[in-house]
Design a protein around this ligand. Structure first.
Ligand code: ACM
Ligand code: ZN
Length: 483
């Protein structure tokens, strides 16, 4: 591969050939776009810049879109005022993984639609194609559900303990997306060939829903929309059939608003403490012949996935749903089509291997190796982000996407990975941007670029040309990253 230093794209394309001369024009440039069915891969594209014009070809509109994003990067670097000067080049490109994601926790921090759209636009520039929208948690429920108005009236609001007398809660603590907001964001993402995957976290992380409908919990409450962070004992009661009416209403609302094939149903950090003491949950275990409280979670996950399947959707779950899943009974066996999102990297490869050993598709979001972008990106205790966890730019560039021990067949189950931004310690958009960038650029590269072309030193050099593109978009980023 011939490299052209002055092009410096992120992510690194599969093949770059420098041509002779340059293309100059007054903006906008003339671009010929051609559908060429002989180009393999839905997201693949060819981009040619010659002295007499620019051509993008691909076998689909999605491929054309990715070609435009690469051209957009070139133009951002090669434009001065209304004049642009592009080096001649021929690029053939296609992604390494089909799932290149970005997760935003809009429960702990209610991001306004304007910010979400800004991030979607920046994601598109980096060829990311999945937006995982974390819409419910203990600290806030963020979307309306038909027949359950208190999810908004109660569940979307939390008090700020530091300003208890403030009449109007701050926007990042309280709020919800209207159906129009959701449709608008889904359409904005679709225009950028980004799939939106809503997450409703079940059966744990449900304090906000329980505050609204206490009868859905084991003790009957009262419950609060949480102002504390962490793992809460109060979760949905697995012995109460009313939770299925509730979940059905949630799923039918999500199915109506989100056209994509996936709904994330959480499954993380669901303690069984309340279930063990609850007569209804114990009766359920007895009726199902279960010996372990954790099997109740398997039973719920299987039911939720089957309910989603009736809406034509596939469930995505955090890796805890596989815990003790070797003890499955006919009633608790997990469906074979759920997608597992690996995050508990402190357990090493085990949760990821468990998924692929069961033939389940896998998305890699190892929390302490490059994916959790709410962790500080330096060891400096004065830096933003959660401490003492630290996940550097290099960690993001070397995020484990496969683990030793995976067979070639199992590796095919790895769909890709994500950068996840949890919101507990974030109180403004700029703080979020600072934590996301440039680590999200590194993740975008390793998810898009074939492994043989990945090179951290080279990435760092190209980043020097790429960061001004973020400046152009008004995106704040960390300038003092650790190696
Ligand atoms: C998680 O970070 N609790 C998935
Ligand atoms: Zn119960």
């Amino acid at each position: 591969m011939k490299k052209t230093e002055h092009i410096a794209l992120v992510p690194q394309p599969a093949r770059v050939e420098a041509g002779e001369g340059s293309y100059t024009c007054t903006l906008p440039p003339k671009v010929a776009e051609r559908i060429d069915p002989s180009i393999t891969g839905n997201e693949a594209y060819h981009l040619t810049v010659k002295p007499d014009g620019i051509t993008i070809s691909a076998s689909s509109d999605t491929g054309i879109f990715h070609g435009r994003q690469t051209l957009r990067q070139l133009l951002m670097t090669g434009t001065e005022g209304s004049q642009c000067l592009l080096p001649c080049v021929e690029i053939s490109d296609s992604p390494r993984f089909p799932w290149r994601g970005f997760m935003l926790d809009c429960s702990r921090h209610f991001y306004l639609p304007k910010f979400i759209k800004k991030m979607l636009d920046v994601c598109a520039l980096h060829h990311l194609n999945v937006f995982h929208w974390h819409l419910s948690d203990d600290q806030g429920w963020r979307f309306p559900v038909d027949g359950y108005p208190k999810l908004i009236e109660v569940g979307s609001k939390r008090v700020n303990p530091h300003y208890p007398n403030t009449a109007e809660p701050k926007h990042w603590e309280s709020g919800f997306y209207t159906e129009d907001d959701i449709r608008d964001i889904v359409a904005y993402a679709a225009e950028r060939h980004i799939l939106v995957i809503p997450e409703v976290d079940l059966p744990g992380h449900t304090s906000a829903a329980l505050a609204a409908y206490p009868e859905l919990g084991c003790t009957g409450g009262p419950y609060e929309v949480e102002i504390r962070y962490g793992v809460m004992d109060d979760i949905l009661c697995a012995g109460n059939d009313a939770i299925f009416d509730f979940i059905e209403a949630v799923f039918s609302t999500l199915a109506r608003l989100f056209p994509g094939p996936y709904v994330h149903i959480g499954g993380d950090e669901a303690p069984t403490t309340r279930w063990e003491a609850c007569p209804k949950c114990r009766a359920r275990m007895k009726a199902l012949g279960l010996s372990l409280p954790r099997q109740l979670q398997h039973w719920l996950t299987a039911r939720f996935a089957a309910m989603l399947a009736k809406h034509g959707k596939t469930a995505v779950c955090w890796d805890e749903v596989l815990e003790d899943s070797d003890k499955a009974t006919a009633d608790t066996a997990l469906p074979k089509n759920i997608t597992i999102m690996y995050w508990r990297s402190w357990l090493g490869a085990k949760p990821a291997l468990q998924a692929v050993e069961q033939g389940l598709p896998l998305v890699m979001t190892p929390c302490n190796h490059g994916s959790y972008l709410n962790f500080s990106q330096t060891h400096d205790p004065g830096d933003a982000g959660s401490h003492p966890e630290c996940s550097t730019l290099h960690d993001s560039y070397t995020i484990p996407l496969y683990y030793p021990g995976m067979t070639d067949e199992q590796k095919k189950l790895v769909r890709g990975g994500q950068g996840n931004l949890w919101g507990e310690l974030i109180n403004n958009d700029k703080n979020a941007e600072y934590l996301l960038f440039p680590r999200l650029c590194a993740l975008a590269e390793v998810l898009w670029t074939e492994e043989s072309l990945q090179n951290y030193d080279d990435f760092q050099k190209r980043l020097q040309t790429h960061l001004p593109r973020l400046d152009t978009l008004g995106v704040l980023y960390c300038r003092s990253v650790e190696e």
